[in-house]
Design a protein around this ligand. Sequence first.
Ligand code: NAP
Length: 245
Amino acid sequence: MAKYALVTGGSRGIGRAVCVKLAEMGYNVLINYAGNTAAAEETLQLVREAGTDGELMKFDVSDAAAVRTAIEAWQSAHEDNDEYIEILVNNAGIRKDNIMGLMPAEDWSSVLNITLGGFYNVTQPLLMPMQFHKFGRIINMASVSGIMGMQGQTNYSAAKGGLIAATKALAKEVAKKNVTCNAIAPGFIKTDMVEGLDEAALKKTIPANRFGQPEEVAECVAFLCSPQAGYITGNVISINGGLYT
Ligand code: NAP
């Protein structure tokens, strides 16, 4: 029976590296994205080259109705085979940095709606099947910003801090059913999201003296998804080159 993983924000950056890694582990990958179909198709190609298959799932994670429609359509197409999505990586995210005094309401709500609303919208319909089958893995992509708080990112720190708290609470609810829920808190990782930042100046603040690579985050996701990580739940794992411990 095929095994399935859903990665939100799988078209680019960290999400793409996670899709490829999960494909290498034998998972068919459902690649969610918001609008960049060309990038999502490239990820699908990489998934196929890694040896499994996948499909594109375009929806805005903050759009509750769109998420439900997409997930329910997938579930009803697969219920006869008793197939379910056993791995969920809540990775989709945006940042809209500004000092709080100048932050438009829209930049506050969009960051929270995508990170926290998206977490609820996508996770909720997948939980019962995971618990019924007594195996599930939920990985939430948080950030060092959600642990230490970063100036100019009050919205993003709030969203990622909330995601960490939700991770801990949900982990306790589902642990008995062999479903784990963990968060990863990356520091600076080389993706489109950090374009425009002064890498030369910032890397001096990082003990490892470099930005991380998306594949380095994907390795950690892979471990947390493995059966061997079944006793690790409710945790936040930092991947930040020593920036903050
Ligand atoms: P990225 O390169 O900007 O990619 C963002 C991904 O999220 C894209 O696949 C994008 O889809 C998708 N996305 C954005 N809004 C979405 C929405 N409303 N619905 C569905 N998909 C949406 O970002 P990244 O650096 O890989 O970041 C991935 C995650 O890691 C984010 O949660 C981010 O906050 C977190 N993170 C990143 C860093 C870093 O330094 N890069 C550090 C800490 C945490 P499209 O391609 O369709 O736009």
